[in-house]
Design a protein around this ligand. Structure first.
Ligand code: ACO
Length: 159
């Protein structure tokens, strides 16, 4: 099913014939190896503009009740226009259609802007995964001069 917003962004589920847009997914995660741990078992939704994929999210089922947004990304040229917020709404609608009760998302504890977005979209912090980025990735990950260590997990009840 397609979801259309006021601003006319539309998501479409990536089909098996489509190439996986790793360039975009690599904005939301650090390595292709990490992405490949979940992407083949995820439902992937994209926003296109003139046949170019400009935004993406991947929904991964954890169990009957919980689904996680494992990756969300907007092409740099299109960031800051509300597409990320639209994707979170769209993901929640998709999760509701699939009868999930809770939608989850995780990000680095240093990701201030992302945390602001998720919190204002109704997600609430419930866990800190200590050492997630040091234990699960082979190389040190630096962002804005800070080493990524802990992952903040947030969740939202789907009404
Ligand atoms: N740059 C600017 N503002 C941001 C950013 C960012 N990187 N991230 C979040 N925000 C804030 C804005 O200030 C805005 O707040 P406001 O509405 O109160 O003013 C809010 O988030 C929503 O902004 P949008 O325009 O809807 O966000 P955008 O379309 O830029 O998408 C996203 C947000 C997906 C985080 C995007 O910036 C991006 O792709 N960043 C790089 C990849 C990334 O960090 N992905 C998330 C990793 S965690 C995970 O994938 C599970």
């Amino acid at each position: 099913m397609r979801t259309e917003a006021k601003n006319s962004w539309i998501t479409r589920q990536l089909s098996n014939d489509d190439k996986i847009p790793y360039d975009l997914l690599l904005l939301g995660d650090e390595t292709i190896e990490a992405i490949n741990q979940y992407i083949f078992d995820s439902d992937i939704y994209i926003v296109e503009q003139k046949d170019k994929v400009i935004a993406i999210y991947a929904l991964y089922s954890l169990n009957q009740d919980e689904i996680e947004i494992k990756n969300i990304a907007v092409d740099k040229a299109f960031q800051g226009q509300g597409i990320g917020r639209f994707l979170l709404q769209d993901a929640t609608i998709k999760a509701k259609e699939k009868k999930y009760k809770t939608i989850l998302i995780g990000t680095a504890d240093t990701a201030t802007k992302q945390l602001h977005l998720y919190r204002t979209a109704g997600f609430v912090v419930y866990e800190i995964k200590k050492g997630f980025f040091t234990d699960n990735y082979p190389a040190t990950i630096m962002e804005d001069g800070i080493q990524l260590k802990d992952m903040v997990m947030l969740r939202k009840t789907i009404k």
